[in-house]
Design a binder for this molecule. Sequence first.
Ligand code: TMP
Length: 234
Amino acid sequence: MKKGKLIYEGKAKKVYETENPDLLIQEFKDDATAFDATKRGTIREKGVCNNKISAQLFKLLESKGIPTHLVELLSDREMLVKRLDIVPVEVTIRNIVAGGMAKLLGLDEGIELKVPVLEFHYKSDALHDPLINEYHIFALDLAQEKEIKAITQYSFEINGILQKFFDHVGLKLVDFKLEFGRHKDKILLGDEISPDTCRLWDKDTNKKLDKDRFRRDLGNIEEAYQEVAKRVLS
Ligand code: TMP
């Protein structure tokens, strides 16, 4: 499948058209940003790690009945995906308190939650992806009720599948962010699942093996992405 016109360049990925109007190529970059791109850097080989990790996790989810946009892995940095009409609502699932939840509620990081917490955020960089609830979503017509029902159900199922998978490779799934899109009247999981979009802590040492190493200047950033790739792809 040949790359056509570049239709979108985001902070971590470029998206190209292909000769098939229904299919796009998602290319993963080494660029990293944090805090709404006020912090910028490069993480060597991050694009390769995130592309392969995402493809592997999408395949796992597909095998468990979760529909995703993945068609196939094309190369080190590229995957072929279905073209989605992205729902402008990001879903965050949290199993352990960290990041935004620690800040919002004045909690210590590391507290295990009694049940997973699902959050919706309005997808808007200009507004810093504000926390919203279902009333905002329906009042502003961001998604239909049946779409949010499917998104919610898939998100909790994905959490269960990924928690189990990561546990097998010695990682705690602290939290993660998902994006969904519409494709021929169906809701599919889109975007990526990688150390950019998940918090992953080593099960034995609690060492952070995700983008928090970049956000917080913790060092050994490349090594963390390589380590997650090694475990996920093993
Ligand atoms: P948060 O604690 O900062 O809200 O982040 C929750 C999860 O979402 C964390 O695993 C990282 C991921 N995330 C993204 O994928 N993109 C973002 O822009 C942010 C802020 C978080």
